[in-house]
Design a protein around this ligand. Structure first.
Ligand code: MSP
Length: 519
């Protein structure tokens, strides 16, 4: 990390055939927490999300609903995908739609360059296509259908029949980049994370790369191939380019140089596109490969990837309406190791909300503010002579600050939260051991009371800063109650333990009020 260094992070762009579920929201909040953390460490941060609007899947959904694909996309973006960002409190810097001119024009520029430089040729392909994945599948990726699809081959991810397609298309010579890709994974072992994802990617590339069909001619909902308008660009080839068209590729060289390369956060289902095809496309165009690709796990329901098409999708508002956006963010990022699959359950969410957020952090904040109010008329006391216990809290403040930032730099979001939470636990333990409420009963112990409250107040200030990327709403309220200057998000997170705090506290409403969970 260096002050002012550039940090560009992206989410996948989401298909607009349907509304978001908590799996999509999970990716959004993970990227947002990492972005906020880097921003608060003083880096020149840019976070991008958006929507993937071309291709057969969207075209078919729109047609089935009796509207044009553009009308369908406009409606879903306005009614569902942009509002999702507010629902889970995402502070993105940009939102790209693949139907915007800034994208379409530069997709054409990119493609033309590859064509002119000999990376594209015409060929024929026959294979099984899954419209849900928008991808040709190998037979090894198909399984026998059950129920209404008995006797047919279905996609292992979507459980829906694949279609046998035979087309004359344009192809991208992906195979020409196999050696360079292997060298990349070798030289930069953290290019693909986590380790399990890297191994999978290595396996694919070592077993041989097929060239990629990058155009379709049987429908026209897409970006036109510039030298042959009877073809549209394959939706994945089009979509991956969003990461560069959004930051000036082809139109603003200065902006592009400032932002690129990006750290991509994606679900592991789309790892092959991001860790193999995308870097090969960039190599072909003579551009820098991404900073890295992190493939996170799936949210599972009943042991399977949650999905709307399998009717297991849970809408993010079902959770945020009851628990709030902070709890959504905290729960999914602390309860699941980032990179692993995780099962969602209402019981687990409710239990952690109560134990960790309400009783652990929320209660700590209310008690400290209430005691400074009651015993010191709201004026933040100064510490007197320090005991070992007081010094231990300062040491934990520093450690939590350093460890959480180091974890974020490794993209270990759950470890970053756990490192900050050491301070929540330490402060709760400190209050239990020091019993400021007992000290308050004895005027002879006034100095000790003031020292304990000063130490606890300071610890709370550090916590507010450290947890602000994960709990933006609660920590903003806490910052105000602490009487601290500026905004909590304006504080340097890599120096959280040194934050300048205030002189006078004010009332703090319960940060995580009791919730009633309907049976
Ligand atoms: N449009 C493509 C991505 C193009 S990126 C150049 C796409 N879209 S998607 O809407 O189907 O899914 C995108 C992402 O949503 C997944 O990669 C993943 O990050 C997230 N998830 C969708 N379902 C999920 C779960 N059940 N669990 C966790 N994340 C999930 O693929």
């Amino acid at each position: 990390m260096a002050d002012g260094s550039s940090f560009y992070i992206t989410t996948p762009i989401f298909y607009v055939n349907d509304v978001p579920h908590i799996g999509h929201a999970y990716t959004e909040v993970a990227a947002d927490v990492i972005a906020r953390w880097h921003r608060q460490a003083g880096e020149d941060t840019w976070s991008l999300t958006g929507t993937d609007e071309h291709g057969q899947k969207i075209l078919r959904t729109a047609t089935a609903n009796g509207v044009t694909p553009q009308e369908w996309a406009d409606k879903l973006v306005a009614d569902a995908w942009v509002p999702l960002l507010e629902t889970v409190d995402v502070a993105n810097d940009d939102f790209i739609r693949t139907t915007e001119p800034r994208h379409e024009q530069n997709v054409q520029k990119f493609l033309q360059k590859l064509y002119d430089d000999g990376h594209i040729y015409t060929g024929e392909y026959e294979g099984y296509y899954c419209v849900g994945c928008e991808e040709y599948k190998q037979e090894s990726e198909l399984v026998a259908g059950t129920g209404e699809y008995e006797g047919q081959l279905v996609c292992a991810i979507h459980s829906k029949p694949v279609e046998l397609l035979h087309e004359k298309n344009y192809f991208f010579r992906t195979s020409a980049f196999a050696e360079r890709l292997l060298a990349l994974y070798e030289e930069r072992p953290d290019f693909v994370q986590p380790e399990s994802a890297r191994n999978e990617v290595l396996g694919w590339v070592r077993s041989g790369l097929a060239d990629l069909s990058i155009s379709r001619s049987t429908f026209d909902w897409g970006v036109k191939v510039p030298w042959d308008e009877t073809h549209v660009v394959y939706v994945w080839f089009d979509a991956l380019l969003n990461y560069i068209t959004a930051v000036g590729y082809g139109q603003d060289d200065e902006e592009f140089a400032r932002r690129w390369p990006a750290q991509h956060i994606v679900g592991k289902d789309i790892l092959r596109f991001h860790a193999v095809i995308w870097p090969a496309m960039l190599m072909a165009a003579g551009l820098e490969v991404p900073r890295g690709v992190f493939g996170h796990g799936w949210l599972l329901v009943g042991g399977e990837k949650m999905s709307k098409s399998k009717l297991t999708g849970i809408a993010p508002e079902q959770i945020t309406d009851v628990f709030g956006s902070d709890a959504f963010r905290y729960y999914f990022l602390s309860a699941i190791s980032f990179g692993q699959d995780g099962s969602f359950s209402w019981e687990d969410l409710a239990a952690r909300y109560q134990a960790e957020l309400a009783n652990g952090f929320g209660n700590l904040a209310s008690r400290v503010i209430a005691m400074v109010t009651r015993y010191c008329e709201g004026v933040v006391p100064s510490a007197g002579a320090l005991t070992e216990a007081d010094l231990e809290i300062s040491a934990i403040e520093r450690r939590a600050t350093e460890d959480s930032w180091a974890a974020i730099e490794r993209l270990a979001v759950h470890e970053a939260i756990a490192a900050a939470w050491e301070l929540v636990d330490a402060l709760n333990g400190y209050l239990t051991a020091e019993e400021p409420w007992s000290l308050a009963k004895d005027p002879a112990k006034r100095e000790r009371l003031e020292t304990v409250l000063a130490v606890a107040y300071h610890g709370l200030g550090t916590l507010a800063v450290l947890l602000s990327p994960v709990l933006p709403k609660a920590t903003a309220k806490l910052w105000t109650a602490l009487g601290a200057p500026g905004t909590v998000q304006g504080q340097r997170i890599d120096r959280a333990h040194e934050a300048t705090l205030g002189e006078r506290v004010s009332a703090l409403e319960a940060l995580f009020p009791r919730v009633e969970v309907a049976e």
